[in-house]
Design a protein around this ligand. Sequence first.
Ligand code: ADP
Ligand code: TRP
Length: 336
Amino acid sequence: MQKNIVLTGITPSGTPHLGNYVGAIKPAIDFAKNKDLICYYFIADYHSLIKVWDAELRKQYTREIATTWLSLGLDQNLDNILFYKQSDIPQIMELNWILSTMASKGILNRAHAYKSLVNKNIKNNESDRDKSITMGLFNYPILMAADILLFDAKHIPVGKDQVQHIEIARDIASRLNHVYKKNILTLPEAKIDKMSATILGLDGRKMSKSYKNTIPIYSTEKKLRKSIMKIITNSQLPDEKKDPNNSTVFTIYQNFASDVEINTLKEKYLAGGMGWGDAKQILYEKINNELIGFREKYEHYQANPQLIDDIMNEHGVKARHIASQNISKIRNLIGI
Ligand code: ADP
Ligand code: TRP
């Protein structure tokens, strides 16, 4: 039986934070442990070109993401995973063009990211509704379709904001299959983990690099503690009873603790007598414990960056080999 292919990309546009860990990295590492699946995980550095314009920063984010995934337990020696850089696979660019000839402009006009920029221009009474919008941003979904369709991926674990992109990839794939009269491209499906919670940030909103409210996955113990102590709470005094359902500290704790631990903390909230500083200390110790082994590996890779480059290069070679076979089939079909 042919194995299902899971594929997802990570844009190097920021330093990985605890929201990324719980919402994306942990589930992806768990998928990779299932031998019945083949997992392709890659760093979408070409995608980052639309919002990061600093070469050194791009390199830094790329290395941080690779180091984070590998240190958190993505096992590069498993033979069902490939972990590569998008820019190491030139066939993605070739397919990008082929797919652009199948992508309906109307659908791209309706893509959320593009539409919201157009709406902003209209709201600001700009005479040009496309002001400051690059073709890179407009074509972003086509490149994403190329990432996915080149590798016959079926399941695409993504956040809700990416679902429309997967639908666009499906649309482009069906169009090409129809035009060239062969079901050569697999139609991908977004895999949304409804159970995976949204981690809240320091200010109680969704943790996100755009809100600058993140807790980085990698930091020293001291910095981690300092960030956790910054979580905004209400002004209740230590002896007052506290509502666990209305507490960012408690909500974050739920994503790291066992059911028993969660209940114990809940009781402490409800009983009163525990100050916010104590609750934060409990949260800090929990997260810190989970990250101790990770931190050591991260520092080891950081001290030996060549190790990361070697892994990405080795996986890049394997992914390129598969990409080259797949693109040949597509070239053949379209008469090139
Ligand atoms: P950001 O919001 O910081 O820009 P990204 O959009 O780069 O994060 O997200 C990368 C992945 O991490 C996505 O799969 C997304 O669903 C997940 N993710 C990001 N923030 C959170 C969060 N606060 N809670 C849970 N998952 C998150
Ligand atoms: N656009 C995705 C994001 O910003 C990253 C990405 C690029 C991706 N190519 C992909 C995700 C292909 C899934 C499949 O989160």
